[in-house]
Structure formats: structure tokens, C-alpha cells
Design a protein. Sequence first.
Length: 531
Amino acid sequence: MESYAGEGDYAFRGREGPLRVTNPEPHDPLFATIIKAAAQVGIQHNPDYNGVSQEGVAMSQATIAGGRRMSTARCYLDPVRNRWNLQIETKALTEGLVLDGKRCTGVRYSVGGEVREARAARAVVVSAGAFNSPQLLELSGIGQPERLRNLGIEVRHELPGVGENLRDHYVPRTRWLVGKKGITFNDRARGLGLAHQVLRYALFRQGMLAMTGAPIRAFVCSREGLEAPDLMLGWIPMLFEPSPRGPKISRQSGLTLYAHAMRPESKGSVHITAADARRPPAINFNFLSSPPDAELTVRAVRIARSIMTAPAMTPLQVSETAPGADRTTDDAILDWVKKAAETTYHPVGTCKMGSDPMAVVDAQLRVHGIAGLRIADASIMPTLASGNTNAPSIMIGEKAADWCSIPQPDPSLNANDRFRRVGGARRSSLFHPLALLVEGRNNAPASPGLRQCVSLGSTPSPASIIVAVWHGIRSASGHSPAADDRFGGSTDTGLAYASIASHSLSFDHRLRFRAPLTAIASAFRCQREAL
Ligand SMILES: Cc1cc2nc3c(=O)[nH]c(=O)nc-3n(C[C@H](O)[C@H](O)[C@H](O)COP(=O)(O)OP(=O)(O)OC[C@H]3O[C@@H](n4cnc5c(N)ncnc54)[C@H](O)[C@@H]3O)c2cc1C
């Protein structure tokens, strides 16, 4: 998936994927000082935290290359934008899934007030994110029966897990004034400094405008004996302050250091409040409802403090403004956390993968109990990844693309031959690992190719590009319809794709993700077994 530019162990890092990942050097004196201070409290420099070990302090690896965000629109969609079999629709709002009994046969969407329908004979893949994928299911009658009935929605399929298990990172941001002049971005992005940064970016695509928001981070164990870090810290090299139009860069010079539990256990929910796709669902995070989360957050704040007050920081003349040096007890810190912490916009889990009664999709992203329906986005992660969620979401899109593009196996081949053949066919096919929305039979009147398209995406920017593709590919191996509905189609089967996984923003990210890796492993196992 990734194309990583830095030094690193080839066993762990991808070099040829579409998603470019870079790793800045810690040359800036501010970052070098933080790395030194962390080492003084026992947190060592780890140049590649996506390698063999995650633990340590490091420059943030980012999906940024040449000073540009490497969004899925850029890395996955741009290269195929002009394909004859790709149709992109923007300003489209998906209002519901079309169900025929327990089979999904398409989607209903509106563009400029006009309601349209796209039919799919094989499968629909929903990628509307952790809030809107469950919303779409509920609007379509899939979810908790009583909740749906109360809103006047006909229950088409009972799935109690839809909208439950909402997890997110709840992050307090500690704030530090820095007395030494010219060190922080507050100082360096002021007046002529700002002009310098703008020029630097315009001419060389370098400088603070080419960086991720938190260019340095640490993965830390809350206590000895843990197998892997459970806390994350990230430094933003400036202070912000609230303003009526949102946070603005402070006139004071300082640092923001966020510190939080990486795999919180607190669970909330997201559910519709009306049978209307335009009405936002109600979100209840239940942050800190699991006691260990509160304990770990306090521990993370204490570790942040210990780094910021380590001897190496003395020349920077650092002083704490939040939570404030007088908040010394766990209760006092927790009290501040409850007032000051915020989401980091990493919602996951609301259509979780699994086989328990609350699971919504299986190990190949197929919705339990509904044929022809897959979900491919952050909502399927059963727990939070050990880091940020953008790259893991892209990985889910890649896996969905693999599964949806696997052609019919040739029953005359043995399992190993079949597996090889599937891999080869995938590489040579027109498929591209974007994210898929619909696989459909060639029931449209035109030639096998572009047919019809499907929604996703409500704004015209690349950030919310919604793609619908009717892919008139004939199965590479040309087999008859199979009993297995995943790939069940004849040679007359076309594939309609939609919905680029829509990772609108390219962010610094963690490529380590435990649950998704488990998912990959089990998916591969299933795939082999299926063959
Ligand atoms: C402000 C912010 C900062 C973030 N920072 C980082 C970061 O630094 N690092 C990181 O790794 N992650 C970050 N994330 C998280 C990351 O963006 C998400 O984890 C990732 O985008 C999830 O991908 P997704 O495909 O599940 O959902 P999304 O990217 O949310 O895509 C869902 C898409 O579906 C569309 N959609 C929803 N409902 C409908 C409908 N009914 N009809 C049509 N279209 C619909 C939406 O418009 C959207 O385009 C950040 C997120 C935000 C909001």
C-alpha cells in the first residue's frame, strides 16, 4: 500500500505502493531538544516506529510528499480519473440502500434534489465513514428493530450492532510557554518569518507549511512489562487560542503537547434520530466511561510533564500553563482532562467486523445476513488502531478492492495454483485498489462498460469525492455463476464501482494497526479456504 521514502526494514515497509509516506529528519533544534529530553526520562529515539518496534520518540511519518498531502483522491483516484469505465458524481447524497428481501440490489441517491437509483446485481460497497455508514444502514431498515420502528422505518434486517461500539481518541492538550525566542512556530510564523515560510513553501515545498500538524511524537508504555506501547504523545510546535472563528495561532510563544491512551475501551454509539438522510445522527462518545481510560490518560499527562521538565528543556525556558503545575493529584488532572480534552477525529467501530452477535460485517466486510452488501471504511475496525486511523482506513479500502476484484476460481486447479492465478489476474485486471461500491450484472442497455453510477460524497471537493464506476469487466477466468455470492456472476457480470474511500485529508499517521492486521490475516485465510 505504501511507498515509504525513509530508511527502514524492508520486512516491514512497503516501497512500491500508491500511498507515499515520508519521514522528516529531526534537524530542527526544537525537535532535537525534545528527543534529548525524552531520552532523559527513558524514552529513546526510534527513527522508524513503523518498523520492528513502535516504542520511542520520533519525527512523525506522514502521508505527505513533495510538500503535498497524499490523499486517496491524489494517490488512487487521480491516476484513473480518465478511465472510460469510471464515472465520478459529486454533490450526491446517498439516501438509502435498495433491498430485495435479504439482498442489496443497489442504492438510492439524490443529486440537486433529483432522486436516482443505481442497481447492482452482485454487491454494493458502502464507504460513508464511522458516522454515516451506520446511518445509511439504519435508514435502510438494518439495525436495532425497536429503534427503527420508533422512527417509522420498516425493519428489513435485525442487526443490533449497527451504530454501537463507537470508539475514538479523547485527547487532552497540555500547553507550555516557551521563553527562548525564535524557537516555536508562533515566533517563526510571525511577520517576516511568515513571509519566509510562505516563500520557502512556494519555491521548495519545504518548511513548516509542508509539515504535518504534530511533527514529532512518542509511543510510550504506561508501565513496565507491556508488550507494546499503550500511550501516544504528540507535539504541536506552537500555541493556539480560541477565537470566534475557531482556534487561531496565539501571540504567545509555546508548545502544545497532547497525550492520550492509544487503545481506549470506552464505547459510545451513533444512531439516526429521523428517517431522513439529511438529518445528522446523534453521537454519544461516552469518553472515559471505561475506568482504565481515565487512568491511562492521567498517566500520559504525567509522562508529558516529565519530558517537558527534563533537564534538556531548561534552555528553552519552558513553563506549564495547562493543566497547570498546581494540578498535582490524579483527581485534579482528571478534572482538567474532562474539561479540556477533545476528539482527534478518529471515530471507528460502528459497523464492527467479527462473528459475535454485535458484529455487523464478517472477515471479508460482508454485512451479516444481507447478501450483496459490504462496508469498507473505519466503521468496521472492532477497536482503535495503535495510532491514527487514516492509513488503516485506506488499507481497508485496499483489502475490499482485493476481495471484490478476485475472479472466479477455476475448479480444475488445485488450491495453490488457484491462489497464484487469482493474484496474477488481479494485477493484470483493470481493477484498481480504490474502494468499491457496487458490483453489478450487465443489466444496463449499453455496451459492457460504463453503465450507471452510484453515489457517495456530498461535497464537490476532492475531499469528498464520490466515485461511481460501472466496470464492465468480464471475469478474467470466465466461469459460470457460483454458489458463492461474493463472486457469483457469470461472464456477463459487470462491476460497478463507487466510492473512493474518501480519505479526504492526508495526515500523519500510524501504519501499525493491530485489529486490521488480524483482519488481513484472517481475510487471507478465508480467501485461501474459499478457493
Ligand atoms: C479534522 C480531522 C483531522 C484528522 N487528522 C488525522 C490525522 O492526522 N491522521 C490520521 O491518520 N487520521 C486523521 N483523521 C481521521 C481520518 O481522516 C479518518 O480516519 C479517515 O478519513 C476515515 O476514512 P473513512 O473512509 O472511514 O471515512 P471518511 O474519510 O469520513 O469518508 C466518508 C465519506 O463518505 C461521504 N458520505 C457520508 N455519508 C454520505 C451519504 N449519505 N451520501 C454520500 N456521501 C456520504 C462523506 O462525505 C465522506 O467523503 C482526521 C479526521 C478529521 C475529520
